[in-house]
Every structure is written in structure tokens, then in C-alpha cells.
Design a protein around this ligand. Sequence first.
Ligand code: PMT
Length: 413
Amino acid sequence: MNSLAGKRIVLGVSGGIAAYKAVEVCRRLMDAGTHVIPVLTNGATRFVGRATFDALASEPVRMSLFDEDDPIPHTTLGQTADCVLVAPATARVIGAYAAGISSDLLTATLIATRAPVVICPAMHTEMWEHPAVADNIATLVKRGVSIVGPESGRLAGGDEGAGRLSSPADIVAEVDRVLDFSGRRLDMGGLSVVVTAGGTREPIDPVRYIGNRSSGKQGYAFAEEAAARGAEVTLVSTVDRPGPLGPTVAPGVTVVRVNTAEEMAVATAEAAKEVDVVIMAAAVADFRPVDPAGVKIKKSDGVPAIQLEPTPDILAGLGASKPEGQILVGFAAETCDVADNAAAKLSGKCADYIVANDVAAENVGFACDTNEVTVLASDGRVRPVGLRSKRQVARAVLDLVMEDRADAREENQ
Ligand code: PMT
């Protein structure tokens, strides 16, 4: 939590049932040593009282654009904030912010700030999935606003579905991450990066394929982490961005969609020709049907004998023809003998690093939101990265890559 201490955070609270959870967000931010200035909308006070935030936060609650002590409170708040956080953010606040409309102190502060903004949507599923809200979220993502959640779960009125506010812990972690970024220089500025994501699909016939459980979450996390650090990223992926944002991707990331290992091999080889860093997080099929049927195989024809052949090994191909200075990061998804198998892939595929994934462990590897890895470097160093979000795993791996790159450049001077 070192990025939070001493920072000024405007905590915007808008009018939804999840407003009560903003109290916990406020408390956690205070515990982390931040200076919290609560800005409530009129709607928020229908769900939670001003007195609660007055008692907990660093300053009394602000609600009005017409403050007796400060004639222009929104610009004062916007200019002095290190981060503006809105939790919960209703469809109205999201829409106003996306459209540049300032109808109250909170929306005016959002438009009057150059500080990073974190928006935590919370609303009913029908509203969250409405195309207008989806478009507004896409607009904010393109502008570099950080969106946390929403999660799926129980909603007001006993309904279930997408739209529940993310947990206070996740919200505070994102503010911490955003502040950490705004405090550091963009250490990947000027670099080009290729990332692969998702599991390939090898057709058996026009409706069936051989696939795997990769969701693309780890690959997208790498792409977005590298882009947030200033890199130009090409993401070769079999899937849309997993999670509520759907196909919307962060600025600086260009997505090339593929399906099969062959398509991924072609797209990756093309994209990786002159880039600085390649990260192979995709789960590429090792085998594919030799001769996929042209029409759907009929059950009545009996169990088909499907003959398989190896797919191209994309990572090994890139390793064999790696341009001078390019950094190649492969993965190893293993269920046993993880260290030995990963070490064999490191040398066998001529990678600079292998990120070893024990995918048999709980909350690790395929489809979940967290990961735990060990990074093996080609010079024999081993760096464990304990269980954390996939974004934090990406961050730790890129930290190592960038540290080593800086050391190598210093040695060569
Ligand atoms: O997508 P998620 O749900 O977030 O899950 C993340 C993940 C588990 C998929 C990811 O963390 C991971 O481990 N990715 C590598 C999966 C994999 O295919 O591992 P592998 O040990 O089979 O392959 C080793 C390396 O060679 C990988 O970098 C792979 O991309 C590459 N490979 C494999 C086969 C092939 N034909 N061509 C390749 O380039």
C-alpha cells in the first residue's frame, strides 16, 4: 500500500444501494494513510448519511457546487486530487462523465481534474448491459479511465446478475495501482510489445474443435500492463477481453483476432518481426486434426477416428529466429514436475524467460482471476511471484524484464 500514503483522494459516492460499501472503501483508504475528501451526490445521501463520512474521512462531506468557503470547489478538488475515485458509480454519473456534462459537484470535479480517475460501476444488470451504458464505459476506457468491476452476484431486490459493486479491497487495490503508475515514469514508453492470449481452437468439423480452458485473462493483463507503462502493444488473441468490458480494450493495445495455432503462428510471426518484447501467454494446442471434416460429423456414423498432427511451435520458431535485442518470454503450463519441465522449455525454445505455471494448484492458471508463477531466466536466476491478481503477475514479470533490460544496456555502454 505504499502508493496510497499521503495521497489526496476525492471519494465520489453516487446514489445506489451499494453506497453503503463506500463507507468501507473510505475506512480502508484512511487506514492506508490517504487524505480522503468525500463528495456525495444528493442520491447518495438517500442511501447513506453524511454524518458517517464526516466521522470517517479526512474532511467533511462536500455536496454543493456553491460552497460558501470556496467559490469554485470543483476546480479546487479536481486540481488538488491525486486520484478521483467514484464508488459506486451509477449509470447517470458514468453517462454524464462520458458526455462531459457537469450537473453537480461530483460530475464537475470529474471533468475538472487531470488526476487519474477510477470508476466503480454498480447498477442492475439491465442497466449495466444497456448499449448506452456500454458505449459510455467504452468511451471512458478509451480515454484511459480505470474501470473496476462490476462483479456478478446478488443485487438489490433479490435479483442476481452482473452489476454488483466490486469489493472494497479490490477497489482500494486499483487506486493503489493507479497511483503507483501515475508516480512512476512510463518505463516502457517507445517500446513495442507482442502478447498472445487465449486458447487456440483446432477444428474437427465445422461445429466442433479441440480447445483448452484458457480464458485470455493472463494475456490481456500483460497487454494492458505493458500499454499502461507506455508500450505500443499488439495482442494476438483467440478471445475478446474477458470480463464486463467485453471487446473494449485499453488505449495502446491493438487486438488481432485468430482461432487456430496456425493463424496465431502467422499473425504472431508477422507482428513480432521488429518488436522489443514478445510474451507468449496463449495456450496453443500442441496437436490438431490432420483432416477436419467439411460437414458436421454425424453421430449415426459411429465414433470418428480422428488422426492428429503437431501444430507449429510458435515460441520455438520465434526463439530460433529472434532478432538481436528482442526479449522473448514464454510460459510453461504444467501439472507436475513444474520446475524441470519449465527449465526444459526455457532451453528447448530459446526463450529469455519462462513463466512457470503450476496449473493444478488452486486459484492458479486457467480461467481464474489470480495466478502464481515462478519466472526462470536464461542465466539461471529464478524469481517466484506469489499468488496475486493476473495484472499484478504481469506487472512483476515486466518489472523483472525491464530491470534486466536496463542492466544490460548499462553494461553495453
Ligand atoms: O488464459 P488464462 O485463463 O488467464 O490462463 C492463463 C494460462 C494458464 C493460459 C497462462 O498463464 C499460461 O500458462 N500460458 C501458457 C499455456 C501453454 O500452452 O503452456 P505450454 O507449456 O503448453 O506451452 C509452453 C509455451 O509454448 C507457451 O508460451 C505457449 O504459448 C507456447 N506454445 C505452445 C505450443 C505451441 N504449439 N506453440 C507455442 O508457442
